[in-house]
Design a protein. Structure first.
Lengths: 194, 194
DNA sequence: GCAAATTAATGATTTATTCAAG
DNA sequence: CTTGAATAAATCATTAATTTGC
């Protein structure tokens, strides 16, 4: 019993969504291929968090090789994956001082948030994040032909997080974008085109 | 002291943003004309809250007559205006039981939030919202030539919220979109185009 | 084995919060 | 101090895993 009036939303109209993956050409939402998920995960492991417009464009382009995909799917995937990784990590890194009052049952991890905001957070989270942010400035997407090599390299690198920077320059084609535009901003991606 | 690495973001590169309005053709953000704000406000008063892709497109188109504007500006305007109206209303409707401890200084209006979530909200908000949702299905944008008339009608209607539906059919060209696409969803707007 | 029923994941939206320009 | 812009959190909704009874 949905209390919304939205769930009508074009059922039956939609053509089959993904040529591969799974069974019966349902309509609803994007159903990523395992390859697609793998690649996205690799990029995430490599430190990509909030891809720019161009990056999303390229990723989507590359991944479309493995199945139907839209840019927004890529965007959402990173949004969700980032958030849920954060959430997961927060959960495990705060079980220690998780003795609060009853009132906190109402807001499951809000307090962790406030905590995170108003005091130095459990280091490794932001250490990692900062690294990401920096590196992302020069991170470029891979050509499809190099996919396998990329996967191998990144996977290898993920076992040793101090060779991560190496992994970038090895796996992805890195070239200086400092003088380039770099005016992306995730919102451009969401709206500028319309 | 911003702890982000984002604020670099193309300063100086940007060409002048808005030809009119204000002073010196700065780059930064959109600076709406008074006419633009007026029109947007009218639409808001008329009940528009989360315009669809097409609606945003049209609004942007119309408003571009008064000055430089992008679709995303329209999108953001509604986002912000909706949120801040809600916030404003929440503030005034919960001042009564606003006696909390010192710790709350850290999170200014968080508690109001939780409140809103865990108990029936001040009715009229959601009453209004529901009305909006329904009406919006048939709300169409105005032609620019009718702007003045629209403004007049909407303003008039805003004094008597029970003639609101009348105002729609009077001020805007209403035609049945039930059989039409109606697959918009705000996210299409943000990403589908890219 | 195999569907119906439940639950867990996760794609998609909305809402809240924060940043920062003017 | 207002508000445009952007991010993060919370929420909704659908699909896949899985459990369960047969």
């Amino acid at each position: 019993m949905s209390s919304r009036g939205f769930n009508i939303k074009a059922r039956g109209l939609c053509n089959n969504n993904n040529g591969e993956r799974g069974t019966g050409a349902k309509c609803g939402r994007w159903n990523p291929t395992v390859e697609q998920v793998n690649l996205l995960t690799d990029l995430f492991k490599a430190g990509l968090r909030t891809p720019s417009t161009d990056q999303i464009q390229k990723i989507s382009m590359e991944l479309s090789f493995y199945g139907k995909i839209e840019s927004k799917n890529v965007f959402y995937w990173f949004q969700n994956h980032k958030a849920r990784e954060r959430q997961k990590r927060r959960k495990i890194s705060t079980v220690d001082f998780d003795h609060r009052q009853d009132t906190d049952r109402f807001r499951p991890h809000r307090d962790n948030l406030n905590l995170r905001r108003h005091q130095p957070p459990p280091i490794e989270i932001f250490e990692v994040c900062n690294v990401e942010e920096k590196v992302l400035e020069t991170l470029q997407l891979f050509p499809l032909s190099k996919v396998e090599r990329v996967r191998a390299n990144v996977t290898a690198a993920s076992h040793n997080q101090y060779t991560r920077e190496q992994a970038y320059t090895t796996a992805f084609s890195t070239f200086s974008t400092c003088g380039a535009e770099m005016e992306h901003s995730p919102l451009d991606l969401r709206l500028s085109c319309l």
